[in-house]
Ligand binder design. Structure first.
Ligand SMILES: Nc1nc2c(c(=O)[nH]1)N[C@H]1C(S)=C(S)[C@@H](COP(=O)(O)O)O[C@H]1N2
Ligand SMILES: [Mo]
Length: 256
């Protein structure tokens, strides 16, 4: 967490420095200095795009870059009874519920999810604990799924309710959940992934369905998704900050 937060701050101060440099452009007469300033401006533009345009694609990798060993983190085998029952039946009884501020609430089984417009991508997962791993993720694109449900005009965020309880001592607030806004929901790489490296998603990595939201850090990628609730505001949900880790002090927007 701290390392990525530091690099984010470094990016911001570099952008601020580049803005300062271009503001001084008028006083630079020497052509050599001007060339330097122009490249600083290009750098500034690149930083600006990376920092502020959340619609750009996350980097995708060649197949050869896929990690031989992709760590599992957080919940890796939920003991929640409803989850155990589903897992025992190979998730045949699984339904993904999409409700809240939608015109047509959905309840989709895995076959229905697999029938939706899909995407496959090789991306890097970065956990705040300081490890990264690369995998191929395949799943339903969230945009077309939301189009099927129909968003009401007040819709602003999606809340992902998960099956697992990460902190049993916290009662209902110990359940894992996450949230993203519509910019990330409609991003072409945002998926409800049901496959990892060409095989059905395993339990350790979030079976049967997990979120991939590639422009953000690992904790945003909710595993064991049971329900997507479309809301105008998430302050009334659990600890009120939009996610299990956010309720415990992490940033809501965990951009990388
Ligand atoms: N439901 C749920 N989702 C979760 C977590 C969790 O504990 N429960 N951990 C998060 C964290 S911190 C990370 S780094 C990734 C780990 O995904 P992996 O187990 O596939 O590596 O899942 C995220 N999503
Ligand atoms: Mo993480």
């Amino acid at each position: 967490m701290t390392a990525s937060r530091r690099s984010w701050l470094r990016g911001l101060s570099a952008a601020a420095a580049a803005v300062f440099v271009s503001a001084c452009d008028r006083i630079a007469g020497d052509p050599g200095v001007r060339t330097g300033l122009r490249s600083a401006e290009r750098l500034n533009l690149g930083l600006h795009r990376r920092l502020f345009d959340r619609r750009t694609l996350a980097r995708e990798y060649p197949e050869a870059a896929i990690s031989a060993d992709f760590r599992a983190n957080g919940s890796t085998n939920p003991s929640d009874l409803d989850y155990r029952a589903l897992a025992k039946g190979s998730f045949a009884a699984y339904r993904l519920v999409v409700d809240g501020l939608v015109d047509r609430p959905l309840s989709l089984d895995l076959a229905a999810l697999r029938a939706l417009p899909a995407r496959s991508q090789v991306t890097r997962h970065d956990c705040v604990e300081g490890w990264s791993a690369i995998a191929r993720w395949s799943g339903a694109r969230l945009g077309p799924l939301l189009a099927q449900a129909g968003l009401k005009p007040e819709a602003r965020y999606l809340v992902f309710h998960c099956f697992d309880t990460l902190d049993p001592e916290a009662g209902e607030q110990g359940r894992y959940y996450e949230s993203i806004d519509l910019v990330d929901a409609l991003h072409p790489q945002t998926l409800l992934a049901y496959e990892m490296n060409g095989a059905p998603l395993g339990i350790a990595h979030g079976a049967p369905v997990r979120l991939r939201v590639e422009r953000q850090l690992g904790y945003k990628h909710a595993k064991y998704v049971r329900r997507i609730e479309v809301v105008a505001d998430f302050s009334h949900i659990s600890g009120g900050r939009g996610g299990y880790w956010e309720d415990r002090g992490y940033e809501w927007y965990a951009g990388i």
